[in-house]
Design a binder for this molecule. Structure first.
Ligand SMILES: *[C@@H]1O[C@H](CO)[C@@H](O)[C@H](O)[C@H]1NC(C)=O
Ligand SMILES: *[C@@H]1O[C@H](CO)[C@@H](O)[C@H](O)[C@H]1NC(C)=O
Length: 434
């Protein structure tokens, strides 16, 4: 039995174990179905970044409980990231125009980036080892109610962005979408890499001999788990995706400006000497509506060393760290982020207020320059429930410091502060280390 299969089996058993606790208690039967995306054709170095409309998806009024995906080949064998890098996949509902009319209306999540990060589910390379299970009694509602006037029944759109790095001249550079490797120039100051340079049909530089390499066909194989909707048994959650590349508040703008990607510069020799070769990126965004955080997970690319999310008073809401592979096989590829740890706070233990300014921190090593990196936080938030939380259990505190000493605060356009370690003065960490 392959280690990956074993890992999947373990993951599945873990999920099934979770069901026993809650959903079954409510008499809800968890259903699961596995689908394949349309075929994705890739040659060495080539990129596919397509949207697939009307993707296979469970129909009816349901509470979605998990969504897991991975790239597989024509025989159904998992494809490792060093052969095909899964930049991301995204999925979300939409309404097609009624009676054969053109156009559609995408349904986006609850915020904060609007359509820019409007998906319901979506991750990247870390997909195989990132928990997506929505804890009981919560669920992501889908298929509710009739479509808006002039539109047909709800459908689902799937986007897969994959980069074939077989024979790549610079594998890491191709996955980081470095423009020079794709022979693309972008008319934007300082733009050295990112999704603009690895768009659909783009081609990354490959070694001699791979230029006309074998094309192959891949699929995103995805498994959706759900329960039939029940007002009595399921509590709906709202989806929020935060972006550390949103600098709108810093610029004094109230409307978010989610740039989705950013660049990490190589650290200076001084910081290297001090052993502080870390790129710390911080952003604050405002939650339109608060509630109980029941699930949270970060998203980072290779080079990422951790991401955290804090409330307005600095309290830790979630700390999510990447897992790196150590081998060669799918799900354990050395040098790649193969998983992100997720937070499952006890209901009621992690609460955010309506309009609260949340601050996100995303750290990368500054060992070398990296383009197109990301720092996102995906949150599931439920309306506060009447009953008090069963137990106040915070996130297990990581060994590192999470002390918050706001030293630089603003009142415009909303009240918010930057963490102490970013401003002048001794870093907040010093005494913690003692
Ligand atoms: C990029 O441009 C160079 C020089 O114009 C060319 O030799 C090379 O084949 C191009 N590479 C790709 C991947 O198109
Ligand atoms: C990020 O790095 C800063 C500075 O080293 C540190 O204080 C903070 O705890 C780190 N946060 C995460 C989430 O790794």
């Amino acid at each position: 039995m392959s280690p990956l299969f074993l890992a999947l089996l373990v993951a599945f058993t873990a999920a099934a174990g979770a069901l026993d606790g809650g959903a079954r208690g409510h008499g809800q039967r968890v259903k699961s179905q596995t689908f394949l995306s349309p075929p994705i054709f890739l040659r060495p170095g080539s990129v596919s970044n397509k949207w697939y409309m009307d993707a296979d998806f469970p129909r009816g009024h349901v509470a979605l409980k998990s969504f897991n995906g991975e790239l597989v080949d024509a025989r159904g064998a998992p494809v490792p990231l060093h052969e095909t890098y899964l930049h991301h996949w995204l999925v979300g509902p939409y309404y097609p125009a009624a009676r054969g009319g053109a156009g559609f209306r995408m349904v986006t999540n609850s915020g904060v980036c609007g359509a820019t990060l409007g998906q319901y589910f979506g991750v990247g390379a870390e997909t195989r080892r990132t928990a997506t299970w929505v804890p009981d009694p919560y669920g992501v509602e889908a298929g509710a109610g009739p479509p808006p006037e002039g539109y047909g029944e709800e459908r689902w759109a799937l986007n897969v962005h994959a980069i074939d790095t077989r024979g790549a001249a610079d594998r890491a550079g191709c996955t980081e979408c470095r423009c020079d490797l794709y022979n693309v120039t972008v008319d934007e100051e300082g733009y050295a890499g990112g999704t603009l340079c690895c768009s659909d049909q783009a081609r990354c530089r490959v070694e001699e001999g791979f230029v006309d390499g074998e094309p192959r066909v891949l699929f995103l194989r995805y498994t959706v788990m759900w329960v039939d909707w029940s007002d009595a048994a399921v509590v709906p959650v709202r989806i929020y995706i935060l972006d550390v590349a949103d600098d709108a508040l810093l610029q004094g703008k109230s409307k978010p400006d989610c740039k989705v990607e950013y660049m990490v510069e190589e650290c200076s020799s001084e910081s290297r000497a001090r052993n502080e070769c870390v790129d710390v990126k911080v952003a604050t965004e405002v939650m339109p509506r608060g509630g109980d955080v029941v699930y949270a997970v970060g998203h980072q690319h290779a080079g990422g060393i951790g991401t955290s999310l804090h409330g307005q008073d600095g309290r830790l809401l979630c700390w999510s760290t990447p897992t790196y592979g150590t081998g060669h096989e799918a799900g354990n590829e050395a040098g790649y982020v193969v998983g992100m740890s997720a937070c499952y706070p006890e209901p009621g233990a992690v609460r955010v207020r309506d309009g609260e300014a949340l601050t996100m921190v995303s750290n990368y090593t500054g060992e070398r320059r990296r383009t197109g990196v990301m720092g996102h936080f995906y949150l599931l938030v439920a309306d506060e429930r009447e009953e008090p939380p069963r137990r106040q259990r915070q996130q297990p505190a990581p060994a590192t410091k999470q002390q918050w000493r706001p030293s630089l605060c603003f009142s415009f356009p909303v009240p918010w502060c930057v963490p102490g370690w970013l401003s002048i003065g001794p870093p907040a960490m010093e005494d913690d280390d003692a």
